[in-house]
Design a protein around this ligand. Sequence first.
Ligand SMILES: Nc1nc2c(ncn2[C@@H]2O[C@H](COP(=O)(O)OP(=O)(O)OP(=O)(O)O)[C@@H](O)[C@H]2O)c(=O)[nH]1
Ligand SMILES: [Zn+2]
Length: 199
Amino acid sequence: MRTETNQQVIPAPVHERDQIAEHVREILRLLGEDTTRDGLVDTPLRVAKMYEEMLGGMRMDPESVLSATFDETAQGPVIVSDITFYSLCEHHMVPFFGKAHVAYLPSQTIVGISKIARLVDVFARRLQVQERMTEQIVDTIDRVLKPHGVMALIDAEHTCMCARGIRKPGSRTITVATRGEYQHNADLRREFLQMIGRG
Ligand SMILES: Nc1nc2c(ncn2[C@@H]2O[C@H](COP(=O)(O)OP(=O)(O)OP(=O)(O)O)[C@@H](O)[C@H]2O)c(=O)[nH]1
Ligand SMILES: [Zn+2]
């Protein structure tokens, strides 16, 4: 049986966009810029729209993203690797970005594979820390699909560590979260790491 639910996206009220733009204009002014010059005149609204896009996941229900589930007897594992994402670090509000790799062991239910990538995006497009994002992905899959196990690995570069502060371009942060059989079975974890080219 195929189940489908509408993805719930709650649009941002228009007046919020205008208010954010106004505050961006004020920041530019405090930074010493002339906000009437050609290149900057539309920047506040552009930035407000950019936040709407990059933080759009805040207004989405992650569980409704895992629609298109199918009853199947597949034993798995199902591995979706190299899901590129862009997120915003909640400490500095600058991007961190990289790849998410997700595996689950189905128990009667599989999900459309694109929905796994959509789920990564829903959590990436928020003010985040990488650890929480990794946990949220496995928790949602665990809750909705009730698989035998689920594992996620995220490998990311944080621009707050590259472009400023400690300034270590190229440094990678790797986070892992597991539930169910992936928590208890080292062979399963090894197989996952091998299949995503990290074994
Ligand atoms: N654990 C974790 N830390 C993060 C993440 N993104 C950014 N950070 C860190 O958040 C910390 C914030 O530390 P603070 O000392 O309050 O901020 P700061 O003075 O700008 O720190 P520096 O980046 O060391 O200059 C920094 O160590 C960042 O590297 C993340 O996803 N997970
Ligand atoms: Zn940061």
